[in-house]
Design a protein around this ligand. Sequence first.
Ligand SMILES: *Cc1c(COP(=O)(O)O)cnc(C)c1O
Length: 387
Amino acid sequence: MNIKEMDKKYVANTYARFPVLLEHGSGSLVYDDAGKEYIDLGAGIAVTSFGIADSEWAAAVTAQLTKLQHCSNLYYTEPCAELAEKLCELSGMKKVFFGNSGAEANECAIKTARKYSCDKYGPDRYKIVTLVDSFHGRTIATLSATGQPDLQAGFAPMVPGFIYTPVNDCEALKALVESESGICAFMFELIQGESGVNVLSQEFVDCMVSLAKEHDILLVDDEVQAGNGRTGTLYAYMQYGFTPDIMSTAKGLGGGLPIGACLMGEKVQDTMGAGTHGSTFGGNPAVCAGALNILSRIDGKLLADVKAKGEYIVKELSGAPGVKGISGKGLMIGIETEKSAGDVLAECMANGVLVLTAHGKVRLVPALNIPMELVEKAVAVIKAACA
Ligand SMILES: *Cc1c(COP(=O)(O)O)cnc(C)c1O
């Protein structure tokens, strides 16, 4: 049995994989088992922030792996404490809970929001407003938060207490806050990645922030995908002029190893006491050592480059034949194409460029340090595929 057949036979059928077996790579280049080279604009779905097999990150992880790879959360370790400190210093948040995925970061965010409200107002104030077409994860609670009925189908009943409101519609949100009792939080992605790189408007964010302030509703910002430099600032909220009460992040933080972080702001920093939450692998020293390396390299110069490369891609593709629209910030880009996104993806793949799709759009989330020459080459391939 070859690898593809073996995978099909023994790995659960939850993924419709492309017929490509990736073997190794370096930076933004990746190679399949036949030695074919691809420019990687997917970065493992916005995960490998500094590309594949990045040597600095690998050295940081390896040094920790050979020192202490795991010891459980019964004890202190240096990488976990240092990563939490760094995240708080950089974000202005106060405390961090570590898990192993975006869904887990969001589970913690949901629990923290409910507990804050329960402690302050009693158990009836637990509802969380999320957005239509949002994506918050695949666990039962985060799937319940996800405003996509097709993803929820077959898994009923959902966890109660989630209400969905349309993106960028302040009037609808206002009406909801007036008509529903018991709302404790708004949970949102500032840029909806999985549903096609939809950017929240400044006006809508201002609307959420002012309603939240007025009603002591918590702002829960899901930056699992948009965080860690991807949009041209360390976190996307930094471009919107507010600070969330709770922020979750994951994907790009670990540079390729599993991590999720739930950052708690001033209001909720003491909400979760000893025994209220936990994770066996959360805060793993080797993963945290890698994440520290990633964060230490997301500096002003890199963020300026992320913006410049994003602007170049948008400029090149805007108005190009077959391109109907383009959205996003920094290196998180959605392209609406005349051809189906799947056809564009297949043509790019045949021509040595890996892209993603999201709700009928082509999605680009390359490594933050992708070399400009590769961006130029890849854009030419995408242009040809769209035309
Ligand atoms: C990917 C993603 C998640 C889920 O993360 P997992 O690591 O797959 O659990 C949650 N929220 C957003 C915005 C995401 O993009």
